[in-house]
Design a protein around this ligand. Structure first.
Ligand code: FE2
Length: 268
């Protein structure tokens, strides 16, 4: 059995610090073999990420970083992504784009984990039709043939699009999990044909906030009062995501559970 932890969007210094202080220990306690995080809000500003932050996340115990609509918000990432195989951007960005949206990684026990990063089309930046991109991908790839397990990060705004994508990959991926909204959903389950699913993983950030951003400033923005650009909240972060136990024979999910660790949220 291989156990994979997928963590939702890391937000600012608070999210990075929590990973640095707790992830390696959590991996030991939970017997985690492989960790994927969405890192597209990990910069101090809350948007994008840098080469230095990627390196910090890898040193904190992260194996692969996925991204989304903010992938290019910090300038040096475009150069770095071509050199760093463990950093992905959404596969359905308009080409040509730097980097890759899919990669296969090997874990200790000689298993291959495919990680596919996708971005939704509804209320998101313009990109290729995500269902067409997914169809092409599914036509060319197969569980236990091209990789042992497949993890799909679907970075999207709306629940219906993510829900549909879960069913589209059902039986063809080990886990389909949503990112981007920063709020974890309570629909963690294994779908009819064996794919683990959760509509949104939540974030790794300070939940005493508005989706990771300073709450006072965000409220002022909604109220059209004096406000600054959004900036992250800096209190203690909670790590949010999904742990999936993978079936070595089939590549599908044996078990999946919501993972929440930190101050403001409880896993009930
Ligand atoms: Fe996003």
């Amino acid at each position: 059995m291989i156990r994979i932890l997928f963590l939702g969007d890391v937000v600012g210094k608070s999210g990075c610090a929590k990973l640095k202080s707790d992830l390696i220990k959590q991996k030991e306690i939970k017997k985690i073999d492989f960790v994927i995080v969405n890192g597209e809000n990990a910069d101090n500003s809350g948007v994008g990420l840098t080469k230095e932050i990627c390196e910090e996340l890898f040193n904190s115990g992260v194996d692969v970083i996925t991204t989304g609509n903010h992938v290019w918000d910090q300038k040096n990432l475009m150069e770095f992504i071509d050199k760093e195989k463990r950093l992905l951007r959404p596969k359905n960005l308009f080409e040509p784009a730097p980097g890759k949206g899919f990669e296969i990684f090997e874990v200790d026990k000689n298993f291959k984990i495919g990680v596919l990063n996708l971005m939704g089309n509804v209320f998101m930046k313009k990109c290729e039709n995500v269902f067409e991109t997914s169809k092409k991908f599914i036509d060319q790839h197969e569980l236990k043939k091209h990789y042992d397990f497949l993890i799909v990060d679907f970075h999207g705004e709306i629940t219906s699009e993510k829900n549909a994508m879960g069913h589209y990959f059902d039986g063809k991926a080990t886990l389909v999990v949503g990112t981007h909204t920063h709020i974890p959903t309570n629909d963690t389950r294994i779908l009819e044909n064996g794919t683990a699913y959760q509509t949104d993983a939540g974030m790794c950030g300070d939940y005493d906030s508005v989706i990771g951003m300073n709450k006072k400033n965000s409220l002022n923005r909604f109220m059209k009062k004096n406000s600054n650009k959004h900036f992250p909240a800096t209190g203690d972060a909670t790590l949010c995501g999904v742990i999936v136990d993978c079936n070595i024979e089939t590549g599908l999910a044996l078990k999946v559970e919501n993972y929440i660790f930190g101050k403001h949220l409880k896993n009930t």
